[in-house]
Design a protein around this ligand. Structure first.
Ligand code: RB5
Length: 146
């Protein structure tokens, strides 16, 4: 699996924690920045990461900002992206099983690094269930091509 990871200034510390996790799990990743607390605009990271996932260069993406909200809204504007804002382990598993989410978003100002690592690991390791959920996800893709 190849993962694209990115953050704005509100999420760059948590991004560092999560790149460590990706290394521990032996997952190939590319860090799209940002690398400091200097203010940047979250769409400038969200859109390149989302495009890299939707064009097949990467299998999944992880995006972090202060809340996880803005960066997720921006990512979800890119066709083919199903970005899920997750701050609990139940939803981390469910959004992979039911929504086949291809980007995980979290907020550094919302949760601590321990929970964020657990969420990311569960999300990375859980497969889409397909079945009845396939049709639901297809309805979203069908709407995108209208
Ligand atoms: C940046 O201050 C903050 O607005 C951003 O990281 C994010 O929380 C937006 O949704």
């Amino acid at each position: 699996m190849k993962v694209a990871i990115g953050a704005d200034h509100g999420g760059f510390k948590l991004k560092a924690e999560l790149t460590e996790l990706l290394q521990e799990l032996g997952i190939d990743y590319t860090d799209f920045g940002t690398y400091s607390s200097d203010s940047i605009d979250y769409p400038d990271v969200a859109i390149p990461v989302a495009e890299a996932v939707t064009n097949g260069e990467f299998d999944r993406g992880i995006l972090i900002c202060g809340t996880g909200i803005g960066i997720g809204i921006a990512a979800n504007k890119v066709k083919g992206i199903r970005a899920a804002l997750v701050h609990d382990t139940f939803s981390a598993k469910a959004t992979r099983q039911h929504n086949n989410s291809n980007i995980l978003t979290m907020g550094e100002r919302v949760i601590g690094p321990g929970l964020a690592r657990d969420i990311a690991q569960i999300w990375l390791e859980t497969e889409f269930e397909g079945g009845r959920h396939e049709n639901r996800v297809c309805k979203i893709s069908d709407y995108e091509v209208k």
